[in-house]
Design a protein around this ligand. Structure first.
Ligand code: NAG
Ligand code: NAG
Ligand code: FE2
Length: 443
């Protein structure tokens, strides 16, 4: 975990930075590409536990393979790791058991963190479920098994009043899967904030699968005691890494309805001789574009970024992995980290390239650090839309060839679609698969 990782923010400078950013946010006017006045800072929400101690809290679900879902939750007291579920409210025809664990972080001891995989489940179907045989009933809808499908993409969520409004906007229209490119709770070692975050997102994350990868705020490492970090993140946000032959919760891939999604790790090794790199190369080789015409990659620190914030932090990962993604004709790369929205053209190696991925930075979920207000000028011709505002993105993959991307800015209590475009899949772009354009060792 030493050199070649995107440079994390030091935990200790982050509170200074926080205050500086709050002041900037309050003083600054628009620095984006239009006249919209930047949203000012809003405070953190602490979400208390309202149920009894033994009752489940922080319920969230994630996809495990094509037909299964992992249900995760926390109880403060002993409770069984069991999920009862069925297709009608209150009628639980099925039951599955799983495992639980807890972790220690200095003087904090977590509750029991339960993970239970349920299924096989039918596609596009509502299920009702209850955890630990007590507490409220929850329900979710499984994603479709073929296109169309709609993803919500939003990074750097945090748990402020802006986070709450982003989540409300997300929820105001149906979608299938929530994809989070890192930086979840902004607990920054204050472990109870992980619990508070889990409770804040429960109404959403218990209803739709949340697929996450790590950001710098998940690291929480400490010399000698917790040198590897990710203790809370890996315990609470367990993702289906074994299913894609990954050996780490910090990177994995999953497939859903014609889409192959690579959840990469910006804060673990990614060099050519790293496990992640070898895993990525093998995972890309397994993709069948006939089955999954769309391929999407998620990182935390952006590889392309014209904001003043976090310049160069994704550069060593780009240098290590960009060629692999390019040769595999990955359609889209989403990043977080920079608290703004920015959309690029298709790029390979710092140049516009019609066979490269389209890059989008969407680290604008609403965290307590505020917005990254200043973009570099003159604007790079690769950057097509940039704006420091909170918001969320929606990727609706309509069919094998077409997807619609839309970015919705938080305009106070409303969401406003400020940017949108149609995207064509590279899998059906013939010129990108001709022998002259596909490098020889791939043929
Ligand atoms: C895919 O969707 C686009 C946009 O709706 C449409 O124009 C196109 O005809 C569709 N293609 C196929 C093969 O259905
Ligand atoms: C934002 O909301 C206000 C009040 O509802 C509305 O007047 C304005 O047009 C909106 N602007 C944008 C850019 O969404
Ligand atoms: Fe970040």
């Amino acid at each position: 975990m030493k050199e070649k990782m995107a440079r994390p923010f030091s935990m200790f400078s982050s509170s200074l930075l926080l205050h500086a950013m709050i002041i900037c946010t309050m003083l600054s006017q628009s620095q984006g590409d239009n006249e919209f006045v930047r949203q000012p800072f809003r405070p953190i929400i602490h979400t208390p536990h309202h149920r009894s101690e033994a009752e489940p809290q922080q319920v969230h679900i994630s996809l495990v393979g094509k037909e299964h879902v992992r249900v995760s939750w926390v109880t403060e007291k002993h409770a069984e790791s069991v999920v009862e579920y069925g297709m009608a409210s209150g009628k639980y025809t099925e039951k599955a058991t799983g495992e639980h664990s807890s972790y220690q972080f200095f003087f904090y001891r977590s509750g029991r963190i339960h993970h239970v995989v349920i299924g096989p489940l039918k596609p596009s179907t509502a299920y009702f479920y209850r955890c630990s045989a007590s507490g409220p009933e929850f329900s979710f809808k499984t994603p479709p098994d073929s296109l169309p499908i709609e993803f919500v993409v939003v990074g750097d969520l945090g748990q402020t009043e802006w986070t709450a409004s982003t989540l409300k906007h997300v929820d105001s229209r149906d979608y299938d899967v929530f994809v989070l490119p890192g930086d979840l709770s902004y607990a920054d070692t204050q472990q109870p904030l992980w619990d508070s975050f889990g409770r804040l997102v429960e109404p959403y994350a218990s209803q739709r699968p949340w697929m996450v990868t790590q950001g710098n705020h998940e690291i929480e490492s400490f010399p000698i005691i917790f040198p590897d970090g990710f203790r809370a993140y890996n315990s609470r946000w367990r993702m289906p890494y074994e299913e894609s032959s990954s050996t780490s919760n910090l990177y994995y891939s999953f497939e859903v309805a014609g889409t192959h999604i690579l959840m990469l790790g910006s804060y673990t090794h990614f060099d050519v001789d790293s496990d992640q790199y070898k895993w990525l190369r093998a995972d890309l080789a397994k993709i069948e574009r006939r089955r999954t015409p769309w391929v999407i990659a998620i990182v935390h620190a952006p590889w392309y970024n014209t904001n003043d914030a976090h310049q160069g932090e994704g550069e060593s990962m780009r240098q290590a992995m960009e060629e692999l993604l390019y040769k595999a004709r990955v359609d889209l790369v989403f990043a977080g980290h920079v608290h703004a929205y920015e959309r690029f053209t298709r790029i390979y190696d710092n140049e516009a390239d019609s066979c490269g991925p389209m890059y989008v930075t969407i680290g604008d979920g609403g965290n307590r650090e505020g917005l990254a207000l200043t973009f570099k000028n003159p604007r790079s011709p690769l950057s097509l839309y940039r704006e420091p505002s909170f918001g969320h993105g929606r990727l609706r993959i309509v069919n094998e060839t077409h997807a619609h991307w839309a970015w919705h800015r938080n305009n106070d209590s409303d969401a406003f679609m400020a940017d949108n475009l149609w995207i064509h899949s590279l899998s059906t772009t013939k010129s990108c698969w001709e022998s002259s354009s596909v490098p020889h060792d791939e043929l």
